[in-house]
Design a protein around this ligand. Structure first.
Ligand SMILES: [Zn+2]
Length: 406
């Protein structure tokens, strides 16, 4: 049992230390005077709050900007060096591990050999070792690791983080990674669906509140993450976006746990395409190898890729008409296949309502290579920098100071 309390989606008290930190972090106010204007607090109260944040190392002040007319406001920013977080993106054939500072900048990204078919217990051991080794090799203080988020290509129950009926890794059903990680650490550990993490990474930096986007992960399996008005939409239990088991026309080549005879994932996912090509005698194992075969122009491979794209585009057109997003972002290894993406686009635009198609942009993820770990670092930063958690750290610091002076 972990002793960590999670603050996901918890509210903050207006004008509290946590609230002031939230305003600085969102870039809404970056000087003491701007904070006073925005919060309505007295300048002296704002200064007390900011001083507490500076003592905690969470906020740093830029140098004095002197001008002839008097001292100009010093700019406040997130103290990026007072801690960092871990981010992991676990796929069927690859694992990426990264560290990010408190401003969300990736410090280092590394690929790890992890065999997910060995099951969750062995995988957690390897992931934790990989993370601690990365911390050591980058000369970082292990005590400043504030939290970890892990993306998995599976439905993830919210808020528990349990893996529920993953389609291609049966031994992971009900896996409780936060509890397994608690044997190593008492920092918060969050587990999230991989497509949800791409959706988080693709939010716009300037005005995330305007984002209406769908992130489609085209890897060994197919996933979909939803951002509405800048926030991840998980549904009641975390299953929102599970489009992969929609029935489609086509023949399945891999068994699926969902019970639908020809679901999108068993017909058109990277795993399904690999299986179909292997039946035809091709020596191919991963989604990336399929993309490479497509690049070589093999007619049979192109045919299979186009047909998969048509199936995916057909399912997407229904949800795009329903949700009316601005962006449909394609990520994952299979999104590098031009013929697959062209077929998805063609089918999608052909079936979309004009009112939906007008504003619709179908595009590649901005940095597909590390979108998963970027999304994971954003997720865990929202947790470890949640106003309620900052509030508690400020109180603990106050208590410690009082005890020392007593
Ligand atoms: Zn299925």
């Amino acid at each position: 049992m972990t002793s960590t309390t999670l603050f996901r989606d918890l509210d903050y008290a207006p004008g509290s230390v946590g609230d002031i930190f939230r305003l600085i972090r969102a870039g809404e106010a970056t000087s003491r005077s701007a904070l006073a204007r925005l919060s309505g607090l007295a300048p002296s109260t704002v200064s007390l709050r900011v001083d507490a944040l500076v003592r905690l190392g969470l906020v740093s002040e830029g140098g004095d900007e002197q001008s002839r007319g008097g001292r100009r406001a010093r700019s406040l920013e997130i103290g990026a060096s007072s801690g960092y977080v871990g981010a992991m993106d676990v796929g069927a054939n690859h694992v990426q591990v990264a560290l990010a500072d408190l401003a969300g900048n990736l410090i280092v990204v590394e690929d790890l050999p992890v065999a997910i078919d060995e099951g969750p217990d062995a995988a957690v051991e390897t992931l934790w070792q990989g993370l601690t080794s990365l911390i050591e090799r980058n000369d970082l203080d292990a005590d400043l690791l504030l939290g970890v988020a892990i993306g998995l290509p599976a439905p993830i129950e919210y808020p528990s983080g349990r893996v529920i009926l993953p389609s291609f890794m049966p031994s992971w059903h009900n896996a409780d990674l936060p509890t397994l990680f608690a044997a190593h650490t008492d920092i918060p550990v969050l587990v999230e669906n991989d497509a949800n993490l791409i959706a988080l990474a693709e939010r716009s930096e300037d005005h995330p509140e305007l984002d209406q986007l769908l992130a489609i992960k085209l890897g060994t399996r197919i996933g979909c993450g939803i951002v509405s008005a800048g926030r991840l939409h998980r549904g009641v239990g975390g299953a929102a976006g599970e489009i992969s088991h929609t029935a489609v026309i086509g023949e399945s080549t891999i068994p699926c746990v969902c019970g639908t005879a020809n679901c999108l994932e068993s017909v058109a996912s990277g795993g399904a395409i690999v299986a179909r090509l292997r039946l035809l005698g091709y020596d191919v194992r991963t989604a990336s190898e399929v993309v490479e075969l497509g690049r070589n122009g093999d007619a049979r491979v192109l045919d299979i890729l186009r047909s998969a794209g048509t199936s995916i585009g057909g399912v997407l057109s229904s949800i795009v008409n329903f949700f009316n997003p601005r962006d449909v972002v394609l990520g994952g290894a299979m999104s590098a296949s031009a013929p697959l993406v062209a077929a998805i686009r063609a089918e999608l635009f052909q079936r979309c309502l004009p009112l939906v198609a007008n504003d619709l942009e179908v595009r590649a993820a901005r940095r597909p290579g590390d979108a998963g770990v970027r999304g994971a670092s954003q997720l865990i930063l929202e947790e470890v920098l949640a106003p309620a958690r900052i509030e508690r750290r400020a109180r603990d610091l106050d208590d410690a100071t009082t005890r020392q002076s007593a």
